[in-house]
Design a protein around this ligand. Structure first.
Ligand code: SAM
Length: 268
């Protein structure tokens, strides 16, 4: 549904790692044996994880077989729909998912599947970026960027998905029986407007990511879901692309990380 190019996925991976100070995740892992990366995309996270933890057995799953062929010996990929029943021969010590919230429909099923497939003491971690541009100084108000953003969220909602679903992950995880859920938020500047070397670097990467992805995503959602004509989408995009590069608009989106571990007696 939403356009995703392998190159943008790998750029998003680099941005997430910069936000996490070079780490692939925040869970305090202790020699995880079985690791699952759901909606793995190009598999870049799973491959790097397998390299960092050579004693782990890492499985990445996705609807699309876009992962590379040459892999670390402890990493493999399978085509699978995470919204189907989970049928695995044994449970996992770490289940990871990143940038999935705009793609999935049934979070009740997802969190139940995760709950049922974690070993006691096993960790679950989500890293989600909510496409909801904000500014603390009001510079995003009244911009074409803001108009586009609101319409995009509405279009995705009409397609039966919710691009801001991650804001409810904590509640949904609690409802399933997970306890001690930690939620961390990392602001991601939209372009290099922010002060600081690291922030400018992240902003520059995020701007490239936005500019590379915005045309395909907008055309798909606005024409299919909101009934716009392609020429009207093109017109709006001229202004949106300009705003995305405007350093006077101090916009940021937020990457949210959710972490918790499964305690055997937590359910019920
Ligand atoms: C934005 S990408 C994120 C990829 C990867 N997690 C990353 O962070 O690099 C979303 C991925 O979810 C996959 N996906 C969407 N719906 C899915 C489903 N129902 N089951 C499995 N994968 C799914 C898409 O094919 C896509 O590769």
């Amino acid at each position: 549904m939403i356009i995703n190019q392998p190159t943008t996925l790998d750029l998003q991976h680099a941005i997430a790692k910069l936000l996490l100070k070079g780490n692939l995740g925040l869970a305090p892992l202790d020699k995880p044996r079985r690791v699952l990366d759901i909606g793995t995309g190009t598999g870049i996270w799973a491959i790097e994880f397998a390299e960092e933890f050579p004693d782990s057995d890492v499985l990445g799953t996705d609807l699309s077989p876009i992962q590379p062929e040459y892999l670390p010996p402890n990493c493999r990929f399978e085509v699978d729909d995470v919204e189907d029943e989970w049928i695995y021969s044994s449970k996992f010590d770490y289940i990871h998912g990143r940038h999935l919230c705009a793609f999935l429909k049934n979070f009740d099923h997802l969190f139940q599947s995760i709950f049922d497939n974690l070993n006691p003491g096993g960790w679950v971690e989500f890293q989600e970026t909510v496409i909801d541009f904000k500014s603390v100084d009001g510079t995003v108000e009244g911009t074409a960027l803001q108009r586009w953003n609101l319409l995009l969220l509405e279009g995705i909602r009409k397609m039966g998905r919710n691009a801001t679903a991650a804001t409810r992950y904590k509640k949904w995880m609690e409802e399933k029986g997970f306890v001690n859920i930690v939620e961390k938020r990392f602001p991601v500047p939209m372009n290099p407007w922010a002060k600081g070397r690291n922030e400018k670097m992240i902003g520059a990467m995020q701007m490239t990511n936005n500019l590379e992805g915005v045309d395909g995503l907008t055309m798909a959602v606005f024409t299919r879901s909101l009934g716009w004509q392609p020429e009207d989408v093109e017109k709006l995009l001229v202004d949106v692309r300009r705003d995305m590069q405007d350093r006077k608009i101090h916009a940021f989106i937020t990457m949210q990380v959710f972490l918790t571990f499964y305690q055997a007696r937590a359910k019920g």
